[in-house]
Design a protein around this ligand. Structure first.
Ligand code: DCP
Ligand code: MG
Ligand code: MN
Length: 340
């Protein structure tokens, strides 16, 4: 029989197992039997992976007894060397501060921990003593607005406001609200617009429209901040910012995503989510020798060493959401059914 300690030392997944084990210990403390079992099974599977480090959720999910949620956690552990949820689970005072800081736009674990190690404990500390980017400052100044959920009725109003201005600029442009709103959630963290127009083949075709829309929405007092804006063709053109219903609505996070008609179906799937559903769809595409991303479903993607992509492959379908489900051989799921 193997010596358990020596095999543990050789297992490239030791660190991951350690973190999962402390999650499991936590669930043991709170008597969550279902999760205890799920974590134990996942740990057993990882212990058997003695030659390969599992670093992505996709890889993890293909292994026996690892579900999509734990698969995602494995990826998070490998990328951050820790797990946010675990730190929330313990009630150390610094963890509450961490929780507070992590909700600031663009702040990840390393930034938040750095502030903590510099002695900052409150938002006021950050505003007065920390070295902040313009976006971090905006996000802290409007912290309570930006971290509160947006009621569905308000998302509807915000959407109507943007759609009206967009229609006046160009009646042929279509703006649909994706994300949690499209899945039917009673409240959302932000508002995600997917913007397209018939006849477009590149997101850059929509950039002049986006520029005019943004400028008019600023003039009207609807847009109040720009967090980032990308006009690059590769990952698509988008605007991330903050808006409010004039004259004195709460500050809300808004995302505008420009999508050409040729990619609309794939973009709808991606931006409707949820993220776990997206992972399982991409995984399924992979199992069928295809690749799904926010631009389309592709076949014959050439990969070289270390699975690095050599070519994008041949586009199978991009326009139609329904068609992508069909080609993948999965039953159509209404947006409200797209979680896990
Ligand atoms: N998305 C994803 N993977 C990510 C982030 C996002 O697949 N890491 C996709 C799925 C999400 C969509 O983009 O549904 C929109 O992202 P949001 O962060 O706005 O998430 P939701 O709209 O789903 O939820 P929320 O109500 O918190 O905004
Ligand atoms: Mg959203
Ligand atoms: Mn969003």
């Amino acid at each position: 029989k193997d010596n358990p300690s020596s095999s543990a030392a050789n297992n490239p997944n030791t660190r991951t197992i350690e973190v999962l084990q402390s999650m499991c210990d936590y669930y043991t403390k709170i008597n969550d039997h279902w999760r205890i079992t799920a974590y134990r099974k996942a740990i057993t599977t990882l212990r058997q992976q003695t030659t390969k480090k599992i670093t992505t959720a996709e890889e993890a999910y293909t292994l026996p007894n690892i579900g999509s949620r734990i698969a995602q956690k494995i990826e998070e552990i490998c990328t951050t060397n820790n797990l946010r949820r675990l730190q929330y689970a313990n009630l150390e005072p610094t963890d509450k501060v961490l929780d507070l800081f992590l909700k600031i736009h663009d702040v990840g674990l390393s930034r938040a921990n750095k502030w903590i190690s510099q002695g900052h404990r409150t938002l006021e500390d950050l505003l007065t003593k920390a070295d902040l980017s313009a976006n971090q400052r905006i996000s802290i100044e409007h912290y309570s607005d930006l971290t509160s959920r947006i009621p569905r009725s308000e998302v509807t109003q915000l959407a109507a406001y943007v759609q009206r201005e967009a229609f006046l600029l160009d009646p042929d442009v279509e703006l649909l609200v994706g994300g949690s709103y499209r899945r039917g959630s009673e409240s959302s963290g932000d508002i995600d617009f997917i913007i397209t127009k018939r006849g477009t083949t590149s997101s850059s075709d929509l950039i002049p429209f986006m520029d005019s829309l943004i400028s008019i929405l600023y003039k009207k007092g609807f847009l109040v901040a720009t967090l980032s804006q990308s006009r690059r063709e590769g990952e698509g053109s988008k605007f991330l910012g903050c808006c409010k219903l004039p004259p004195d609505g709460k500050w809300r996070r808004i995302d505008l995503l420009l999508v050409p008609e040729t990619e609309y179906g794939a973009a709808l799937i991606y931006f409707t989510g949820n993220d776990i559903f997206n992972r399982s769809m991409r995984l399924l595409a992979g199992k069928k020798g295809m690749r799904l991303n926010q631009k389309g479903l592709f076949r014959d993607v050439m990969r070289g060493r270390n699975r690095v992509k050599v070519t994008e492959g041949e586009l199978v379908e991009g326009r139609s959401e329904k068609r992508i489900f069909e080609v993948l051989g999965v039953r159509w799921r209404e947006p409200g059914e797209r979680w896990c």
